[in-house]
Design a protein around this ligand. Structure first.
Ligand code: SF4
Ligand code: SF4
Length: 323
């Protein structure tokens, strides 16, 4: 039977702190579990909610949040296929307070090295149960860790090991790298990519951007991860988010690229502060100076033989010319 859906609706699970959704794309996807139910989240509730959603989709009902989404497609969907995309974003605690962080919580100084549980629910027993019920793919699963910061989430190691033990295909691990994690290193040694955003190449700018004076410690941790990753160190992604008045200079970008080269990363990812831009500059023209920074980075990457990439949403914004 043909009906309208998308891969995320059928195969995705996105665990936020206050809800479970189906995707994390331009739209945020429909809620499977809402704020009222989240503290009592169980695998059974997820299974029931997915079944109900599938029935609604079969009846031609498109969830409000998904209406108009370009990913929707009418075709025969295999509803027995397993979950193959999981976003783990269910905690907000972090050990730094990046100036551009979408979660303004941190910028008010609410960050620390303390290892804490996620605010509303433990995810490990839920995923373990879904694996036991054979609902998660064991040959085609992609996991995105967001957060919060992995190294200060109490169940992070259990989650990483659970995915590794179940043959996860790709697990993207985002970390501030302020604290070293053995589980992150173990995953990297199996080829899973670490993504870190220094957004600077010097101690001074790091302290201003991250609100922690821990540049040397962070770089030492990245160096250790890279050394332990061996041949897989080239999977690592070094990201830089350009933030007005803090790091929007060619000099700092050059410092960052030189450092990234020295760390042996495989991919360079330059980004606009797209969340902040949408909040404060929506509709404004992107200045030519900004394009010059991207051009400069591209040229410098050629010189250093680094794989230059522009973050996906930033690339779309740069193409259309307005924030
Ligand atoms: S239709 Fe769009 S918004 Fe809805 S789950 Fe799919 S990709 Fe996400
Ligand atoms: S490391 Fe990530 S979660 Fe933590 S403050 Fe920075 S952007 Fe936010």
């Amino acid at each position: 039977m043909k009906f309208c859906a998308c891969d995320n609706l059928i195969h995705g699970l996105n665990f936020f702190g206050n809800s479970v959704r189906l995707c994390n794309t331009i739209h945020i996807g429909t809620k499977l579990i809402n704020e009222q139910e989240i503290k009592k989240l169980t695998p059974t509730k997820i299974i029931k909610a997915r079944k109900e959603l599938f029935e609604r989709l079969k009846n031609g009902e498109i969830p409000c949040e998904c209406q108009g989404c370009p990913y929707l497609e009418e075709k025969e969907w295999d509803l027995s296929a397993k979950i193959d995309t999981i976003h783990v974003f269910h905690w907000i605690h972090c050990n730094c307070g990046c100036i551009y962080c979408a979660n303004k919580y941190y910028t008010k100084g609410k960050f620390s090295d303390e290892v804490l549980p996620a605010e509303n629910y433990r995810l490990y027993p839920i995923l373990k149960n879904l694996y036991e019920k054979n609902l998660i793919s064991k040959d085609n699963l992609t996991v995105h860790f967001g957060g919060g910061e992995l190294s200060v989430l109490d169940e992070a190691d259990d989650l990483i090991n659970l995915f590794l033990d179940n043959n996860v295909k790709e697990m993207r691990l985002m970390s501030s790298c302020i604290t070293y994690s053995q589980a992150v290193s173990k995953a990297m040694q199996k080829g899973h990519p670490l993504v870190f955003a220094l957004s600077c190449g010097t101690k001074e700018v790091f302290a201003k951007i991250k609100r922690r004076d821990l540049f040397d410690r962070t770089v030492a941790n990245i160096r250790r991860y890279q050394q332990e990753a061996g041949i897989f160190k080239s999977n690592t992604v070094s990201r830089y988010i350009i933030f007005d008045r803090f790091n929007n200079t060619k000099e700092e970008i050059k410092n960052w690229l030189n450092l990234s080269k020295d760390l042996g990363v495989g991919f360079i990812d330059l980004s606009l502060d797209f969340c902040g831009s949408l909040e404060n500059k929506r509709g404004q023209k992107i200045p030519t100076e900004m394009y010059a920074l991207f051009d400069f980075a591209r040229e410098k990457c050629k010189e250093l033989n680094l794989d230059f990439n522009i973050e996906q949403f930033s690339s779309q914004m740069l193409e259309r010319g307005v924030y």
